[in-house]
Design a protein around this ligand. Structure first.
Ligand SMILES: [Fe+2]
Ligand SMILES: [Fe+2]
Length: 186
């Protein structure tokens, strides 16, 4: 069997990093859409947190791009798929839980590709980002379960809450702490 050259290894890593970046770009647009939607429905607290999560994904897209540039590649501007737009709160949180679940699964595969091709810096990058996606998943999934179990009762509690995030220097994960245990409204 032919030996994998350094150039072939670099290409495999770049393809994995660009596939991840394309997933981030889709998530950014989808979560921004959902932020406006939730705000329109007057679910302020859900809207504010959605906005912060979109900002986390922007940071991820940048981190992937920086590593791609460092390796001499070109960061993609294409999205991995068509972002979801409209929908009721139940649909939004079911869809976004699914998107995070898919990202965690894919990024773990990309991490193996990076490891197999000897790129420990990209492995560390993916590890850090997977931790963030897990925090997103946990939050989306808990809202999804609340809506499923309590329906209108839960939504009535968040209706009319503030959607203000103040001046945003940090996304969702940084405000929460990496274990995802911030006070409500943080
Ligand atoms: Fe992300
Ligand atoms: Fe995420």
């Amino acid at each position: 069997m032919a030996k994998t050259t350094r150039e072939q290894s670099r290409k495999k890593v770049l393809d994995a990093l660009n596939a991840a970046r394309a997933m981030e770009l889709q998530a950014i647009v989808q979560y921004m859409n959902h932020h406006y939607n939730l705000d329109n429905m007057d679910y302020g607290d859900l809207a504010a947190k959605m906005k912060l999560i979109a900002i986390d994904e922007m940071r991820h897209a940048e981190m992937f791009a920086e590593r791609i540039k460092e390796l001499g590649g070109e960061p993609t501007a294409e999205m991995a798929g068509t972002p979801e737009k409209d929908g009721e709160a139940k649909f939004i949180f079911t869809t976004d839980t699914g998107l995070e679940d898919g990202a965690i699964e894919a990024y773990n595969r990309f991490l193996l590709t990076c490891r197999e091709n000897g790129d420990s810096t990209s492995v560390k990058l993916l590890e850090a980002i997977i931790d963030d996606e897990q925090v997103h998943f946990n939050y989306f999934d808990s809202v999804r379960q609340h809506i499923e179990r309590l329906g209108e009762t839960y939504l009535a509690q968040v209706a009319g809450t503030s959607s203000a995030t103040g001046i945003v220097y940090q996304g969702f994960v940084d405000r929460q702490g990496s274990d995802g245990t911030a006070a409500p409204g943080a």
